[in-house]
Design a protein around this ligand. Structure first.
Ligand code: ATP
Ligand code: MG
Length: 238
C-alpha cells in the first residue's frame, strides 16, 4: 500500500514571516503510529497544518494517499480521509449544537441527514458525551470541547489521524478513554503531544521537530511507576 503522507523538501511558513519548516522530509506509512515532540513554537502545529493544506508551501512536494496534492480541490478530497484534530478545539467547532458539529463531516462525505445524525449520535455516545448533543459547543468546558472536537473527526472513520495535543487539559479518566479509543483503531496516526507517557502508550515511534526538520527523537518515552515527587506530572528522563 502507498504511503499515506509523504513530504519531500517542504519549506513553509506564514505570509510575511520567515520559514518555519525548512526542507523537511516526513513519511507516514499505513499502520505507523508516530509521536511528534518539540518545544513550544518550533512548528509542530504548522507541520500538521501544512499537511492539511492550510499553510501554503514555498517549496517541496506533498503527497497524500499516493497522489501529489497542490490545489484546494485535491486537498479537499484528502481532508475527507485524514482526521485532523486542531490544537484549539474552538477552531474545530462552529455549529449551533454538538450534534450538528459531529454530523457535519458525515454530511460532507455524502450521507443523508438521518444517517449522518444517527452516526453522530453513536460517536457522541462512544466518547461519553451523551447528554451534550444539544449543547452549544462554545459554551462547553475545555475538556468537553476537546472530546466534541475528537468526535467530529472519529465520526468520519478516517484512514489516518493527525492529532494536535489530543489530551491537553483532559483529566486522567478522559485521557484513558481517548487512549483506549485510539488503541482500538487500526489506523496510522501522527500525534503531537507534550505528554511522554501518553505518547508511549499511543504511538510506537517518536520523532522531534528541530530547526524546521523532523529528526529521530533522542528522548525515549516510556511508561513507568513514579516513585519520585512530582511523578504524576508528565516529564522526560535523560
Ligand atoms: N497564523 C500564524 N501567523 C503567523 N505566525 C504564526 C501563525 N501560527 C503560528 N505562527 C508562528 O509560527 C511558529 C510555529 O508555531 P506552531 O504553532 O507551529 O508551534 P508549535 O510547535 O505547535 O507550538 P506549541 O507547542 O506551543 O503548540 C511560532 O513562532 C508561531 O508564533
Ligand atoms: Mg502547537
Amino acid at each position: 500500500m502507498k504511503e499515506i503522507i509523504q513530504l519531500n523538501g517542504i519549506t513553509s511558513g506564514y505570509p510575511g514571516r520567515q520559514d518555519i519548516l525548512r526542507e523537511l522530509d516526513f513519511t507516514l506509512r499505513p499502520g505507523q503510529r508516530i509521536g511528534l515532540i518539540g518545544p513550544n513554537g518550533c512548528g509542530k502545529s504548522t507541520l500538521l497544518h501544512t499537511i492539511m493544506g492550510l499553510v501554503p508551501i514555498r517549496s517541496g512536494t506533498i503527497r497524500l494517499f499516493g497522489r501529489q496534492v497542490n490545489t484546494e480541490a485535491e486537498f479537499h478530497d484528502a481532508r475527507l480521509r485524514l482526521g485532523f484534530l486542531f490544537q484549539h478545539a474552538d477552531d474545530q467547532l462552529f455549529s449551533p449544537s454538538v450534534l450538528e458539529d459531529v454530523a457535519f463531516g458525515p454530511l460532507n462525505q455524502g450521507l443523508g441527514r438521518r444517517e449522518a445524525l444517527d452516526k453522530a449520535m453513536a460517536t457522541i455516545t462512544r466518547l461519553g458525551l451523551e447528554g451534550f448533543e444539544d449543547r452549544v459547543p462554545y459554551k462547553l468546558s475545555g475538556g468537553e470541547k476537546k472530546l466534541a472536537a475528537l468526535a467530529t473527526i472519529l465520526v468520519m472513520e478516517p484512514d489516518a489521524l493527525l492529532l494536535d495535543e489530543p489530551t491537553t487539559g483532559l483529566d486522567k479518566d478522559t485521557k484513558q478513554r481517548i487512549l483506549t479509543i485510539l488503541q482500538g483503531l487500526d489506523i496510522a496516526c501522527l500525534v503531537v503531544s507534550h505528554e511522554p507517557d501518553f505518547l508511549a502508550e499511543a504511538t510506537d515511534t517518536l520523532v522531534a521537530l528541530r530547526d524546521g526538520q523532523v529528526v529521530r527523537s533522542e528522548a525515549h518515552a516510556h511508561t513507568h511507576v513514579h516513585i519520585h515527587e512530582g511523578g504524576e506530572e508528565p516529564h522526560l528522563h535523560d
